[in-house]
Design a protein around this ligand. Structure first.
Ligand code: NAD
Ligand code: IPM
Ligand code: MN
Length: 372
């Protein structure tokens, strides 16, 4: 298969972790006989520095004409610490999601059996955790009207949703649930928010056309607690933009590190793949960032193009690295392995993944609905 991939490395650790993901795609390209081309473009704080715009026109044009976007991360302390900055790196990512119509953000959360003791939560609670968050990505409070009073003493952000916006992602969540454990949990704040009551009404109606899927509802405050008390109760979590953002970082603690969590953002015509984590500026250039989230994001990319075996080869190589203790300091404080070395190990093991089946305990990672 020929794939044209736009490479938006961004800020902080973005360039370091995407470099490892690219190595893995190149290993897949060679081992399975595909042709992937990578074209780089600016986004985020580096794009502001060079062009004044966090999403320059040519970056957007490249993404539009590519088959997929591989995104690193954006964000820089000089903007984080300056609430008055009008142009901000995050605007680049938000505009990109909106312009490409990437309304559905898919964030799978599973535990690696060999990493269970790295979790701050007891093993007996997290064992078998395997859920996926369907986060709405182009609506809600992120994109509603914003207002700051002229004297700077009052500000507001509006959370607005239309039935159509809720409906299109709800269908995707139900379709995925059908291939998994057949349960959708809608997380909202319908006891308080009008927008959440719209979500409940629309999702309930759609649920009737998926009789094989159980639909339940949970308020966000309770869901934040249940995620830590009994994560195994969840299969597909469907939720709006900001709740999904928060729950996914919380969920990352279950598996031991946010450096392990990949994501896919899809719409009608485009798809973007990126780790859940941010630019982790404290780690920039130190060769300590965990590249696995970015590497598993390209496994999701391959899944998206139905390259199942190829995706599996990446997941298996990741499992092998973890099993052998070739992990970054977030998972082992005394680790002697850096970002680059881990990327080399994983990509080399894609080239010769001989020992698939020492991994039967990790089967949770290898089912049909492994990644997406
Ligand atoms: P962050 O995800 O960058 O880092 C939070 C913490 O998570 C870090 O201190 C570190 O302990 C851990 N972590 C994150 N990535 C890791 C990795 N690959 N390996 C090991 N540990 C990792 O979030 P933050 O500190 O809240 O934000 C920093 C910047 O990133 C901000 O400017 C923010 O806006 C931006 N951000 C960008 C994205 C994105 O590009 N999609 C996502 C989240 C935050
Ligand atoms: C994420 C990030 C982004 C979000 C920020 C950087 C705009 O936190 O991808 O999870 O809030 O969506
Ligand atoms: Mn986030």
């Amino acid at each position: 298969m020929k794939l044209k991939i736009a490479l938006l490395k961004g800020d902080g650790i973005g360039p370091e972790v995407t470099a490892q993901a690219v190595k893995c795609l190149q290993a897949v390209e060679e081992s399975f006989g595909h042709e992937f081309t990578f074209t780089e473009a600016l986004v985020g704080a580096v794009a502001i520095d060079k062009t004044g715009d966090p999403l320059p026109e040519e970056t957007l044009a490249l993404c539009r004409e590519s088959d997929a976007v591989l995104f690193g991360s954006i964000g820089d302390p000089k903007y984080d610490n300056d609430p008055d900055a009008k142009i901000r790196p995050e605007q680049g990512l938000l505009r990109l999601r909106q312009e490409l119509g990437l309304f559905c953000n898919i964030r799978p959360i599973k535990v690696f059996p060999t990493l269970m003791e790295k979790s701050p939560i007891k093993k007996k609670i997290i064992a078998g955790t395997d859920f996926v968050i369907y986060r709405e990505l182009t609506g809600g409070i992120y994109f509603g009207e914003k207002h700051l009073s002229p004297d700077g003493t009052m500000a507001s952000d509006t959370c607005a949703y239309t039935e159509a916006e809720v409906s299109r992602i709800a269908h995707m969540a139900f379709k995925t649930a059908k291939t998994r454990r057949k349960k959708v949990t809608l997380v909202d704040k319908a006891n308080v928010l009008e927008s959440s009551r719209l979500w409940r009404r629309v999702v309930k109606k759609i649920g009737e056309s998926y009789p094989e899927v159980t639909l339940d509802f949970m308020f966000i405050d309770n869901a934040a607690m249940q995620l830590l008390l009994k994560p195994t109760q969840f299969d597909v979590i469907l939720t709006e933009n900001m709740f999904g953002d928060i729950l996914s970082d919380e969920g990352s603690a279950i598996g031991g590190s946010i450096g392990l969590l990949p994501s896919a953002s899809v719409g009608e015509n485009h798809a973007l793949f990126e780790p859940v984590h941010g630019s982790f500026p404290q780690a920039k250039g130190k060769d300590i960032a965990n590249p696995v989230a970015s590497i598993l994001s390209v496994a999701m990319l391959l899944d998206h193009f139905k390259l199942d075996e190829e995706s599996r080869a990446i997941v298996i190589a990741v499992l092998k690295s973890i099993k052998k203790g070739i992990v970054s300091p977030d998972l082992n404080t005394s680790s002697k392995y850096g970002t680059n070395h881990i990327g080399d190990f994983i990509s080399e093991n894609i080239r010769d993944s001989d020992d698939y089946l020492i991994l039967n305990k990790e089967n949770i990672w290898l089912g049909k609905s492994t990644i997406i």
